[in-house]
Write a protein that binds this ligand. Structure first.
Ligand code: DAH
Length: 341
């Protein structure tokens, strides 16, 4: 028994794994193990020796079981420590950066324009892209069969419904909503559609921003000051603008607005085609017919309006040479605008 105790205690303290301990337990401490087998020898002993022998075997069993439990605990602890050591993470290793998206360049420009106008108390209003002929044309002073309708090649859905060709359709809806009440101060961003063949400067779908102000004593001077402020906000403090006479059915007088070139500062370069000026939008004083059709008294109130192409502003601002870049989802193009967000 002393040999057994000595061997088993030595084996238990040398064991490193649960498997080794299981093995020792099987051989010595299980039902069919060596210690139980000692008990069976008791029947061959004289009766007076049996109690002492039995007590010795029990003591041995107790000692070994206690040593076994201790060894199980020790091995379990060691295994946890091993695991912690082998699974530790080196937080100083460089990580793989997740790809984070960027705002679309058109969104960046649209938000910049919106910030400028919101700062002056304008509301941002939207309207439906599938629009009635009525708001897109009729209310914009472009009646049925008017030749001006040919100027904007329209995607018609049927004779009543179409894809709006300009955000002026939101302008006419706003005038109807305000129903003669002033002041009206809104900007209306949105997608518009025209039956154009796509190329570097044309797209069948693009983005406009309409502006509309109606109130008492609103004049061309207000329009000019407002747009010059916008030109400075978008293209730099030293920009100036000029008006050129033009024609739109929904404004009278109508103007085309040029900004002094932000690349050459007006001296003449390839961006402004040598003229020093870049055309950025159409504008004018809201036509009295447009006001009165929506319930305003055109004798008492006046207003200005403008319509700007968001792609055009973005192309000029960032030097983009092809409008199709905005719609083809090339991440190499889109991710370049992260720094402008
Ligand atoms: N609707 C015009 C277009 O799409 C742009 C425009 C010009 C809007 C003059 C206006 C305006 O509100 O006053 O070409």
């Amino acid at each position: 028994m002393e040999h057994i105790q000595h061997d088993v205690l030595a084996a238990l303290s040398a064991a490193q794994t649960k498997a080794e301990l299981d093995d020792i337990h099987n051989r010595y401490l299980s039902k069919k193990g060596i210690v139980n087998a000692l008990m069976t020898q008791m029947k061959d002993l004289p009766p007076e020796e049996k109690p002492a022998f039995g007590a010795k075997v029990n003591a041995l069993k107790k000692t070994l079981e206690a040593a076994y439990d201790e060894a199980v605990e020790r091995v379990a602890q060691a295994e946890i420590l091993n695991k912690l050591a082998s699974e530790s993470i080196d937080v100083t290793l460089p990580s793989t950066k997740p790809d984070v998206g960027t705002l679309h360049p058109l969104t960046i420009v649209q938000q910049a324009i919106e910030r400028y106008f919101i700062g002056m108390g304008y509301l941002v209003k939207e309207g439906p892209e599938v629009e009635r002929d009525f708001y897109n044309f009729e209310r914009a002073n472009i009646p049925q069969d008017h030749p001006a309708r040919d100027m904007q090649d329209t995607f018609y859905i049927n004779t009543e419904w179409l894809l709006r060709t300009h955000t002026t359709a939101i302008q006419t809806r706003m005038l109807e909503d305000y129903a003669g009440a002033t002041p009206v101060k809104v900007i209306c961003p949105g997608k518009v559609y025209r039956k154009d063949d796509d190329d570097a400067t044309h797209s069948h779908q693009f983005t406009q921003m309409e502006g509309l102000v109606v109130g008492h004593n609103i004049s061309m001077a207000d329009l000019k000051g407002t747009l010059e402020g916008l030109a400075k906000a978008m293209f730099g403090e030293s920009r100036v603008i000029r008006f050129r006479p033009s024609y739109f059915q929904f404004t009278e007088p109508s103007v085309e607005v040029d900004v002094s070139c932000h690349i050459c500062n007006g001296k003449g370069c390839s961006t402004c085609k040598g003229t020093g000026w870049i055309e950025i939008l159409g504008a004018g004083m809201v036509h009295p017919n447009v006001l009165s059709m929506a319930g305003f008294d055109a004798e008492k109130v006046s207003g200005f309006a403008f319509g700007l192409g968001v792609e055009r502003v973005a192309m000029l601002k960032y030097g983009i040479d092809d409008i199709r870049h905005f719609y083809t989802n090339d991440l190499r193009f889109l991710s370049a605008f992260k720094r402008f967000e």
